[in-house]
Design a protein around this ligand. Structure first.
Ligand code: UDP
Length: 471
């Protein structure tokens, strides 16, 4: 019996910007909630409408998509993140408020859920007197680091030396380079201000839920218990990745996946393919792409490489590269496939995949953890450096690439990492650990598992509030 049987209808509103890495965890959470009988509306920014709705199954009876304008024209170049964030905070918040006014003419929301990147939405939700939850869509480690920094709980060094040590409760000994980049002075201030706003608004948030799972971040989660606790409810990945029945066919991919890569993988031996992707935003420099290409060419190994063509507001190195040299493609034909976007979750489930060279976005990291796929962490910005550190030192399901003085990983270094996760003496240990985590991810969400308990607790608290309201 679902927890919400015989109870009044529970409607939940989620608010997110339409970025792939933000929408995916919200959608995966929505799927968990609807499996408990809850109805979910996802309100997201208008610029994602056409790409999301081109998938005809994007709206289902359980998950409704609603759109509000961020205040900019659709063709505005959103790589100008400063203008985007300023405008959305002023105009977007009004548009969200109007949308909530309209939606609440016909229904009552028992709760609204925001992710960390729309802190202004917390105020809007409070104005509408809807209880608010924060879904922390990164590692709990980052929640803790930012919390300790913005709330002045622990002392941090001056951030001018990347090697300087940072000691924080529940975390491995970090260096400045391992910190989430938004607090570092070398990154634009508006990202830091966004997170500062979030931590200021935290007292208006009734629940902090995490996309991670307790089993991999036990010490970190415990270390927050005496501050503002975080309750992990993940791993927030689509149910099919955990071997469960898919709950809804709603899919919000912002690009079309090239299905050919799954057939291509079908024809490759088990554990033979290196999968490479830097997510939806990061674009590497030509020099860096070249070093990866040389390594792959020399390695004689199979590889599937996602090279995104478009600039869409992400983090680009100078001299960004959007394609690979013709001759490289010819020289590696048959054992290498380069695509613009793939169904990554299905790729990572495929037995042919041996390891993942990943930018360590948190969604990608969770997807590797639930599939037992060893990682070569290749972080660029935001939470990625911290995630790569966790992968190498806490989860121990992979290694982290080391950059040279010029910020580029050399051919020798990439070779070292591939050897380490595929054939070196560490490879068996890393694979074993990856498989243990895969198992614990499933247990976390089984009835009685830590994430399952946290999720049930959250729903029963919302239900309690809903009951009070109808009495
Ligand atoms: N993704 C995908 N196809 C690709 C590359 C990425 O479907 O070719 C998905 C991936 O499965 C993940 C999301 O895009 O769910 C990327 O989120 P993540 O947090 O890893 O990184 P971001 O794109 O936010 O940097």
């Amino acid at each position: 019996m679902s927890l919400v049987d015989e109870k009044p209808n529970i409607n939940i509103l989620m608010v997110t910007m339409s970025l792939q890495g933000h929408i995916n965890p919200m959608l995966n959470f929505a799927k968990r909630l609807i499996s408990k009988g809850v109805h979910v509306t996802i309100a997201t920014t208008e610029d994602g409408r056409s790409s999301m709705l081109k998938n005809k199954d994007a709206n289902s009876s359980e998950i409704k998509l609603e759109f509000f304008s961020d205040g900019l024209s659709i063709d505005f170049d959103r790589s100008d993140t400063k203008t985007l964030l300023n405008t959305i905070q002023e105009k977007g918040r009004k548009n969200l408020s109007n949308l909530i006014t309209n939606l609440t003419k016909n229904q009552t929301f028992s709760c609204a859920i925001v992710n960390p990147f729309v802190p202004w939405a917390i105020d809007v939700i409070a104005e509408h007197e809807i209880p608010c939850a924060l879904l922390w869509i990164q590692a709990s480690a980052c929640y803790s680091i930012y919390y300790r920094y913005f709330k002045n709980i622990d002392s941090f060094p001056k951030f001018d030396d990347p090697n300087e040590k940072v000691e924080l409760p529940g975390l491995p000994l970090l260096e400045v380079r391992d910190l989430p980049s938004f607090i570092l002075p070398s990154y634009p201030l508006h990202f830091k201000e966004l997170l500062a706003d979030l931590y200021k608004a935290l007292d208006k948030v009734k629940w902090v839920l995490g996309a991670s799972f307790y089993e991999i971040e036990e010490e970190i989660v415990k270390s927050m218990d005496s501050l503002t606790p975080i309750y992990p409810i993940g791993p927030l990945v689509p149910p099919f990745l955990l071997g469960e029945k898919e709950i809804s066919d709603v899919n919000v991919d912002l690009w079309n996946a090239e299905d050919s890569c799954l057939e291509w993988l079908d024809n490759k031996p088990d554990s033979s393919v290196i999968y490479i992707s830097f997510g939806s935003l990061v674009v590497l420099s030509k020099k860096q792409m070249n070093n990866i290409a040389i390594t792959l060419k020399n390695s004689n190994k199979n590889f599937l490489w996602v090279v995104k063509p478009a600039n869409n507001g992400g983090y680009e190195k100078e001299d960004a590269a959007y394609e690979l040299p013709e001759e490289f493609l010819k020289e590696t034909e048959g054992r290498g496939l380069v695509v613009k976007w793939c169904a990554q979750q299905k790729v990572l489930m495929h037995p042919a995949v041996a390891c993942f060279i990943s930018h360590c976005g948190w969604n990608s990291t969770l997807e590797t953890l639930v599939n037992g796929v060893p990682v070569i962490g290749w972080p660029s910005w935001t939470d990625q450096p911290t995630n790569a550190k966790l992968i190498e030192n806490v989860f121990k399901n992979g290694v982290k690439v080391k950059y040279g003085e010029d910020g580029v990983a050399s051919v020798e270094e990439i070779e070292r990492c591939i050897k380490d996760v595929m054939e070196g003496p560490n490879a068996a240990e890393i694979k074993k650990r990856a498989m243990e985590i895969k198992e614990s991810a499933r247990k976390a969400l089984e009835e009685g598992g830590n994430s399952s308990k946290n999720l049930n607790q959250f729903i029963s608290e919302i239900n309690g509030l809903t009951q009070q309201e109808v009495q």
